[in-house]
Design a protein around this ligand. Structure first.
Ligand code: ATP
Length: 353
């Protein structure tokens, strides 16, 4: 049975439909990450699951039980937000205990839970400090601890790391993954950061404009994107998309030809990941380097070609202004319908290490 099941969920604010018929099942114990651009309705979906908003249509169930009419406090859900408010005049220990005291748990039980959560989050040495004497990451861990002590069966995270600086984000990402393994609970996590999605998720749900675009394990979405949106949203730099048409045994675009895969017919969009393209003396693409993103010895070059912008990997010396050729590494061709709504083909799986 799924921990959470969404069936035909719709939600509008005024005339604006924000969630447009979402079906989604979240398995018990999984770490599901909902990802998508700003404004695509991720937070709204989370708030609907928590019961902070009511849906206009559809059914939300937890463990097979409809919860649409269940008030938030009875849904057994713990939510961690981007901006967390700790009580500044209370110590870490008191901040952690506060919600449990309101719920009138026995003092011994409160102490046990606070100590357990503090140990899990490595806050044991900080229990007597006030929030102002903590770093941003430590404060975020206290905010998480306040949810953990309640022992909810479902954790909802709304961009919990987006206020932290880069190194702290990386560290907290690791801690979250560890926390999930140790607690074994169901976690639903919202972010617009694709690195967080790819790193944390057992499955990723990609949303755009209130519609679920694709759901699956991170690498499956990366290698087999269902449409142009998913293909260009996941992966950095973004997948190159070039218009082309089939002509006999060839795919022809503006200034390039590639071998036509069997699935190609008529007008198409060709998708090529920058990681699968190499700059050199040969290849079907030719263009001028407009910008270089050097990572060290290698990096990515941003080219202007007859077919449009193209990003490709380079090794060694390249310079802005240089005219170069670009070669795909073997069969790297994704194909999409001209409107981008459907993938027609992905490169063979055996190339994917
Ligand atoms: P972000 O990553 O920016 O938080 P999101 O995908 O989480 O984006 P939502 O917060 O779900 O997006 O908002 C989706 C849209 O719904 C936005 O255009 C927002 O302005 C609108 N919206 C959200 N809540 C309300 C509300 N209570 N009343 C009116 N409009 C709202």
């Amino acid at each position: 049975m799924s921990a959470v099941k969404l069936a035909g969920i719709r939600k509008s604010f005024g005339d604006n439909e924000i969630v447009k018929g979402v079906d989604l099942e979240i398995h018990t114990g999984e770490f599901l990450v909902m990802v998508g651009p700003s404004g695509c309705g991720k937070t709204t979906l989370l708030r609907l699951i928590a019961g902070l908003e009511q849906c206009d249509a559809g059914e939300i169930s937890f463990d097979g039980q409809r919860v649409n009419e269940v008030p938030p406090r009875d849904r057994d859900v713990g939510m961690v937000f981007q901006s967390y408010a700790l009580y500044p005049h209370l110590t870490v220990r008191e901040n952690l205990a506060f919600g449990l005291m309101l719920r009138k748990l026995p003092p011994a039980e409160i102490t046990t839970r606070v100590n357990e959560a503090a140990a899990l989050l490595e806050l044991s040495a900080l229990l007597d400090r006030k929030p102002k004497a903590l770093s941003g990451g430590q404060r975020q861990r206290v905010a998480m601890g306040r949810v953990i002590v309640r022992r909810p069966k479902l954790f909802l995270f709304d961009e919990p790391l987006s206020n932290l600086d880069t190194s702290l984000r990386v560290a907290m990402r690791g801690e979250l993954a560890r926390l999930h393994r140790r607690l074994g609970v169901t976690m639903l996590y919202v972010t617009h950061d694709q690195v967080e999605a790819m790193t944390l998720a057992s499955r990723v749900a990609v949303f755009n404009e209130g519609v679920l675009q694709q759901l699956g394990p991170p690498l499956e979405l990366y290698h087999r994107p269902a449409n142009r949106f998913v293909a260009t949203f996941l992966g950095s730099p973004s997948m190159n998309i070039l218009p082309a048409r089939r002509d006999g045994a060839l795919l022809k675009g503006e200034g390039f030809t590639l071998p036509a895969p069997a699935e190609a017919a008529g007008e198409l969009l060709v998708g090529l990941r920058p990681q699968e393209l190499r700059i050199g003396a040969e290849g079907p693409f030719s263009g001028e380097i407009e910008a270089v993103e050097r990572l060290g010895f290698d990096g990515f070059a941003f080219l202007k070609t007859a077919a449009g912008p193209l990003v490709a990997r380079f090794e060694g010396l390249v310079e802005v202004g240089q005219t170069v050729r670009v070669q795909p590494l073997g069969d790297a061709t994704h194909l999409f319908t001209p409107d981008g709504t459907k993938a027609l083909r992905h490169p063979p799986a055996e190339r994917k290490a």
